[in-house]
Write a protein that binds this ligand. Structure first.
Ligand code: ATP
Ligand code: MG
Length: 170
């Protein structure tokens, strides 16, 4: 199964990103927009794992420690046809990503080792006949849950299923 570890996005920040997507639609943009429940920030991408390795990945997530912290989404960005929300630089976020990767290393699990670049994907395959603007007023959100997700297609629909969840201390 295809796995990754992420901070799910909820509350006001999720709504703010849905508003950005709606604003894009209103400007005539067509795209594969991320669904509300799929909005997330990837901390580590593991790829295909089975059996014992999946259990090890669950343990890695359950081993995480630390306090919840706040994040500020403050700028849209794009690369090719992919649009994302970027975040204000955050030491606790970098530390959490590093902790996740250490927990995977300790269990001999492989993951994509590209440097961590925090972003939340809003839309893929963006296409538009006319120029458009993407604006994202700064919005704060709490990082309080780290989740091991399975990524799959259910009836053709991209679906993320939680396999383990660690709550950061209030
Ligand atoms: P799809 O690829 O089906 O359009 P998706 O990219 O959301 O959808 P996955 O490819 O399963 O689904 O990826 C899950 C998460 O991991 C996403 O946040 C994605 O950006 C990230 N990801 C995927 N591949 C890599 C990779 N090689 N390195 C780092 N992150 C990755
Ligand atoms: Mg992908």
């Amino acid at each position: 199964m295809r796995l990754f570890i992420a901070l799910p996005l909820c509350g006001d920040a999720r709504q703010a990103l849905l508003d950005v997507q709606q604003d894009m639609r209103n400007q005539g943009v067509r795209a594969n927009f991320s669904r509300a429940e799929n909005l997330h920030l990837t901390l580590a991408f593991l790829g295909e794992l089975e059996g014992e390795a999946v259990r090890a990945a669950q343990e890695a997530v359950l081993s995480l420690k630390g306090a919840a912290f706040s994040l500020t989404l403050d700028r849209p960005g794009s690369f090719g046809g992919l649009y994302w929300a970027g975040l204000r630089k955050s030491k606790p976020l970098d530390a959490l990503a590093a902790q996740v990767r250490r927990a995977l290393d300790q269990r001999g699990l492989d993951y994509d080792r590209k440097p961590f670049r925090a972003h939340i994907t809003l839309a893929r395959q963006v296409r538009a006949a006319e120029p458009f603007r993407v604006e994202l007023p700064p919005v704060e959100t709490a990082a309080e849950r780290v989740v091991l997700m399975q990524s799959s297609r259910v009836d053709g629909r991209l679906t993320y299923t939680p396999l383990a969840e660690r709550r950061l201390n209030g």
